[in-house]
Each structure stands twice: as structure tokens, then as C-alpha cells.
Design a protein around this ligand. Sequence first.
Ligand code: ADP
Ligand code: MG
Length: 344
Amino acid sequence: MRKTIVTVMSGICLMPLLTACGTQDDTVKSADIFAMDTYMNLKAYGRDAEAAVAEAEARIYELEQTFSVTNDASDIGQINHAGGQPVTVSDDTVSVLQTAMQMNSESNGALCISLYPVLRAWGFTTGEYRIPAKNEIAELLQSSDDTKITVSGQTVQCPEETEIDLGAVAKGYTGDAVMKIMQEHKISSAIINLGGNVQTLGSKPDGSAWTVGVTDPFAPDTLLGTVSVTDKAVITSGNYERYFTGDNGQKYWHILDPKTGCPADNGLVSVTVIGGCGAECDALSTALFVEGTERAIQHWQNSGDFEMILVTAGGELLMTESIAANYTAKKEMPCRVVHSNEEP
Ligand code: ADP
Ligand code: MG
């Protein structure tokens, strides 16, 4: 009898607590997936977190299919095999192509999505690495020109020999698509990591900023520092992410300079871009890496709607003024804050 009373009483006591839990945004759902050739993690806090994460997962697989360069039936596969004919594509492809083409123009060609034949010649598309001959690169570069891609409504047209790949922008665009789903599900706190591209929604459930690590390009298993952000994408391009070492002992990495068709070697070993739009930050991180230190600073000074952390080949850390206040060093190295009105 006594036992029954105790059980009933504890049941009554727990009821308000459980109800309270159900109304607060502290339900957490996280998922690890492999897509777009990389590991991804999604974490959302909120009453609808489970449904939000499930829908986001499905959307990632959908975009993987749409953007896949190895699937002939994908939008990109169809564009690449159209023999110069117009192809009708999805809204997603139109949108990501527009971001990439705008960045191609803003970066004076540093971001170039039509480098695919050159990337293939180096083996970056298959992992069968080789150093192509100079004349082979020169010939392939003739078909690498984003200004020859036309997008009109839902129709995309490229010259016959042009082939594109969205490796530099697809993950950032996908991150934005995931965050849109989170918002539709009224999620107020979320953090996603799409193969090193981190995007955050709101702040942490306790109201504090998210802490995102910045990899040390000289020791990629360790952190150079962390940045505190809310509602921002933190996206890095580095020479340590995918590379091979030639018989000559030289390191060749996966971000190519469209001017030379060779790994971009303009003074930077990593570029982290912090901003509101994942697709733009992703496009920028690759573009600035190719542009090199001085042009990257000029690009930031002319644009201004993002922050950046540059690591030079000489071991110097450069960061724009606003992010400097939110950066915590984990490794000591010479550091310079870049201002909007200084000479690059
Ligand atoms: P990651 O995808 O490794 O995080 P990036 O966003 O910088 O890094 O994208 C690099 C990928 O973009 C390469 O693997 C390649 O597919 C493609 N790429 C390489 N060089 C360029 C370039 N100059 N412009 C556009 N895409 C590039
Ligand atoms: Mg990128």
C-alpha cells in the first residue's frame, strides 16, 4: 500500500518536469553521414530536431545526386556530356552555378568550376595521381573558361569540350539548404560539419556563441585556434586537405590556379572564411586561396561582407579586424590583423 502511494506521488511530481522538458528547445538530435565523398555531422536542438535532421539528411543525398560529377544522369553529368547542347537543370543547379560564376568574375577567374579536365589530368578526381606534361595542361586549359557557361532560366549551355565540377562550392550550398530546413522546423540552435565546412544556426542552446576550430595547416591533426561565432559559416580551404607527393619530393595539392593549371602556390597554405552564406564562403575560400595573400586582402577590402583568417606559407597568421576579437590562439605564431583601409 505504502509502495503504491510513493509511486503515484513520484509520478505526479515528475509530470510538470516532463511537460517542461517537452516545451523547451533542449531536445537534441545528431546524425553522422557519409555523402559527397566526405564525412558529415548534423546536430540540432529543438522540439522538432528529429524530423529536421531526417529531412536534412534526405536533402543532402538529393543534392549529392544533383551535383555528382561521376553520375552521368545528374545535372552536372548531363551538362558535361551534352556536346554543347542546352540542358534543363534544377533550381539548385541554377543557384549554385550563379554563385560560382559571380565568384569567378569577382576573383578575376581564380574560382573556375570548368577546371575539371585539368583536375582529372592530375588524378585528383580518381586518386590516380600524376604530374601532367606542360603541353597537356596548356591544351586542357583552353576549355577551362567559366565565362563561356551561360545560364538562362533553367537552361545551361557550355562549349562542347567544357566540363564542370562543383567541388569548391557544393558543400557550402548544401549547408545553406540544411540550415533552411532547420529554420522551417523552428530549430533555433544547430551546428553542422560537412567535411570540415562548419555552419552554425543561432547560438548554443545556453545562449553562448559556438566555438569552431581552425586546423593548423602545418599539423592538420591539431588546431591553430578557435573562433566564436553565431549564425555563421566557417569554411576552410587548405593545401593539406588533398595532396600527393611527387617522385621529386614536391607536394601537389587539389586547388589549382586556373592561370597555370598547377596547384595554386601564391603564398597561402590555408584560408578560412567566416560569413553568413555557406555557398559564398565556400566559393570564397577556394578563390582567396588561389588569389594569394595580397589579392585576398584586396578582395576582402573591396567586398567587406565576410571575415577571413589566412595562413601564409611562411608561417604568418593574418586575420581581418572583426574576427580577431573572436579568435583564441591554440598555437603561438606571428599574427597580423588586417584593416579595411590599409595597403595590402
Ligand atoms: P574542400 O572541398 O577540400 O574543402 P575547396 O572548397 O577549396 O576544398 O574545393 C576544392 C575542390 O574544388 C577541388 O577538390 C576541386 O574539385 C575543385 N577546384 C580546385 N581548384 C579549383 C579552382 N581554382 N576553382 C574551382 N574549383 C577548384
Ligand atoms: Mg571552397
